[in-house]
Design a protein around this ligand. Structure first.
Ligand SMILES: Cc1cc2nc3c(=O)[nH]c(=O)nc-3n(C[C@H](O)[C@H](O)[C@H](O)COP(=O)(O)O)c2cc1C
Length: 313
């Protein structure tokens, strides 16, 4: 017998049929008259994380929102990640109430704004929230799925369709945006934490949003001051036996061979990554006219890879 109850899945299931931990973002965009709009969003997650020419986020939003219409028009937005300060979350809830931009933006803002760093002369680039702990400055990948065909003028009581599947207008009231990340702006304290190594004491105070529940409130938790982040070590890599590495290595390229000493370097490489690592070595060997890869060569390849990683930091 199952230890769970089977719960009905309804619209907005992530907040009506589940407890789903989410980030809290205030998204800044530029209105048609050049003024600033800020809307609150939680459904915004990493989308392209590696192996593509750009990094990207995906945002899910109402297509009648100011944010959606501004992104359709300007293609630019800034994802401002707010801290768990109660006055900021209260402000996020105020800015999350649906309505015309001028109504909510005429109230005094609880946030301090400043100029971003991506294309500083582009008037379509919105200001960023100086109180955020990090900001992603983004450009909509409007060419994906031909999403640049969607026009703000076609949105009234939602959009009449036809709809795209994953980028642009995706249903009568819905929109998805794949947002290329142009810049990640980080407050110095957390920049240092990332560059010099995180400890339990140098994480930013990140709120966890549980969404709009009980038809009355947005629920969130503050960053726990007394219970710090806990580091859970990943399992020690299991050593793979040399014979199985030899089996894979001998099948990569008929002209390039590996010595046992070279292959011993790979006993701790997780199985799904072994072929990629061996392919990398073979590519290096071909570039350098090496036909027998030895331990020394692997060290050179590793040094080269580490230097490239450092350069990307
Ligand atoms: C904390 C918080 C998170 C929200 N997350 C989302 C979201 O991910 N997607 C969405 O469509 N609306 C979300 N909303 C509701 C929007 O903020 C609301 O539609 C608002 O009118 C958008 O502002 P805008 O029209 O200026 O873009 C959220 C509201 C709050 C308070």
């Amino acid at each position: 017998m199952s230890s769970f109850k089977d719960l009905r899945i309804v619209d907005n299931f992530y907040q009506t049929s589940a407890f789903f931990p989410m980030p809290t973002l205030c998204i800044s965009t530029v209105n048609p008259d050049g003024s600033l709009n800020i809307g609150s969003y939680s459904l915004c997650f990493p989308y392209y994380i590696a192996g593509k020419d750009r990094y990207a986020m995906v945002l899910e939003c109402r297509n009648t929102s100011n944010t959606c219409q501004n992104i359709l028009r300007t293609h630019k937005c800034a994802l401002n990640f707010i801290t768990d300060d109660r006055k900021f979350f209260k402000e996020a809830v105020r800015l999350g109430f649906p309505g015309p931009s001028e109504e909510k933006m005429k109230e005094p803002l609880k946030f301090t704004m400043e100029k971003g760093q991506a294309d500083p002369d582009d008037p379509m680039r919105p200001q960023v929230i100086a109180d955020a702990y990090q900001v992603f400055e983004c450009t909509w990948a409007s060419h994906l799925e031909g999403a640049d065909k969607f026009k703000v003028e076609d949105i009234d009581d939602g959009h009449p369709g036809p709809y795209n599947d994953f980028n642009g207008i995706t249903s009568k009231y819905g929109a998805h945006f794949i947002l290329y990340i142009d810049k990640i702006l980080m407050k110095e304290e957390y920049y240092n934490a990332i560059v010099n190594g995180v400890t339990k004491d140098n994480f930013p105070p990140v709120p966890v949003d549980y969404g709009y529940r009980d038809s009355t409130n947005f629920w969130y938790t503050r960053f726990p001051r007394f219970f710090k982040p806990i580091a859970e070590p990943i399992p020690a890599p299991k050593e793979v036996d040399l014979a199985s590495i030899r089996f894979a290595a001998d099948r990569i390229d008929p002209e390039i061979k590996f010595t046992d000493a070279a292959l011993k370097n790979f006993v701790k490489v997780p199985r799904p990554f072994l072929k990629t690592v061996l392919n990398g070595c073979v590519a290096w060997a071909k570039e350098n006219n090496v036909t027998l890869i030895d331990d020394e060569h692997v060290k050179i390849i590793n040094d080269k890879r580490n230097a490239e990683k450092q350069k990307r930091k």
